[in-house]
Structures are given as C-alpha cells and as structure tokens.
Design a protein around this ligand. Structure first.
Ligand SMILES: N[C@@H](CCC(=O)N[C@@H](CS)C(=O)NCC(=O)O)C(=O)O
Length: 205
C-alpha cells in the first residue's frame, strides 16, 4: 500500500484528492486542515507557492490537484478510476482535464480573486472583469452541457477520476450561479452528488 499524506482544507480543490482517495479505498493521513495553513513555511517546503493541496506519496511531494488525483487513480488500478497510459480513453481524460483547467476554471478563479478580500486586497481588485469571466466560463460550460446530453460521464460513459476533476469545476460554477439553462450539467452534478464519497459542495453549503 502506498503511504499518503494529503495536505488539505475542505472547501478547496483538495476535495478532488480526498474524493479519489476514498473511491480508491486507499488509506491516507490528513494534514494542514485550516485556511491559516495556506502560505505557511511548512506548506512552502512542499509547494513552491504555499498552496493547497499537496500530497506526499511514498515520501515525495506532489502538487496540483488534477495531477494528484490522476496519480492516485493510477496507484489503484483495481478501482478502474482511470484508463492506462497510451489508451484513447487516457487521451480523453487528458483532454477533459485540460479543458476544465484551462477553459473553465481560470475564469472562476479570476472572479474569486477579484471579489474575495483575503485573496486580493480590495484596492487591487478589478470587479469589472467578473462579467467577462462569467461569459467565458459559460461558453465552455455549454460545450460540456452538449457532450453530457449524449453520455452520463465524460470517459467511457462510466464514472472515472475525470468526473472528479471536471465535476469540481462544474460544481464551482454552479455555486457561482453560472449554470442557468444547462440542464445536462445539473443532471451530471446530481449523479455525482449521489455517490457515497462525493466531496463536492452543494449550492448553499
Ligand atoms: N491549480 C492549483 C490551484 C491551487 C490553489 O490555488 N489552491 C488554493 C486553495 S483551493 C490556495 O491554496 N490558495 C491560496 C493562494 O492562492 O495563495 C490546484 O489545482 O491544485
């Protein structure tokens, strides 16, 4: 069994890593579960920006939530949470993860930075950007909504780690009130919420 410590804080992207660990049935230790821990010297020792999440896997630190979730899925092949490297399904995993992280999540993150004072002092925020961010997020969300009209999940039409990573982004957009009119995305989130180990926050939570 791999030795895993997850530096996490419940409402953050570390939720992706916790969820895949629970789906994989891998034992792990939890550390750093407090927002004050972000930016601390202890966290900077394992993440160059002092951010969450970080996983220490068999003594080696790994950061970036999608990379951690993918690595954990690979560590547990019997869980069938991800297709093997070189397969077309793996290429589709990479495609949808890249899409979520580059075409969807940056707009949400930019809006958060420009509206939450602990992330950016108020006098440096640019609230005017939020409307544009919302439009760009919705343009990409529409792509996923169309895909999910034809399939229940993103790869091989069965639940995989891809849905954990992308589902987190979709859920974040939902919490920001940006999924209006996207009925397939709402149904997708419902399916994810039904899973025993789901760590996604429901709107209002
Ligand atoms: N792309 C990174 C983002 C990491 C990130 O920004 N984490 C947030 C919590 S969700 C954080 O630590 N923020 C503190 C900061 O930006 O200084 C990932 O997916 O792991």
């Amino acid at each position: 069994m791999p030795q895993i410590t997850l530096y996490e804080h419940a409402p953050t992207r570390s939720a992706r890593c916790r969820w895949v660990l629970l789906e994989a049935g891998l034992a792990f230790e939890s550390a750093g579960n407090a927002s004050a821990f972000i930016g601390s010297a202890e966290l900077r020792a394992v993440h160059p920006l002092g951010k969450l999440p970080v996983a220490i896997i068999n003594g080696r630190p790994l950061f970036e939530s999608a990379a951690i979730a993918t690595a954990i899925a690979d560590l547990s092949p019997d869980s069938r949470l991800i297709a093997g490297p070189g397969s077309w399904s793996r290429a589709l995993h990479d495609q949808w993860v890249s899409f979520a992280l580059t075409e969807m999540e940056p707009w949400l993150w930019s809006s958060e930075i420009n509206s939450v004072d602990v992330l950016m002092p108020k006098d440096r925020q640019v609230p005017a950007i939020i409307e544009q961010n919302n439009a760009l997020f919705r343009r990409s969300a529409a792509v996923l909504d169309t895909v999910l009209a034809e399939s229940r999940y993103l790869v091989e039409d069965r639940f995989t780690v891809t849905d954990i990573i992308v589902g987190y982004t979709v859920s974040w957009g939902d919490n920001d009130g940006l999924l209006g009119g996207f009925e397939n995305l709402h149904a997708y989130l419902e399916r994810l919420h039904e899973r025993e180990h789901c760590t996604l926050r429901r709107p209002g939570q």
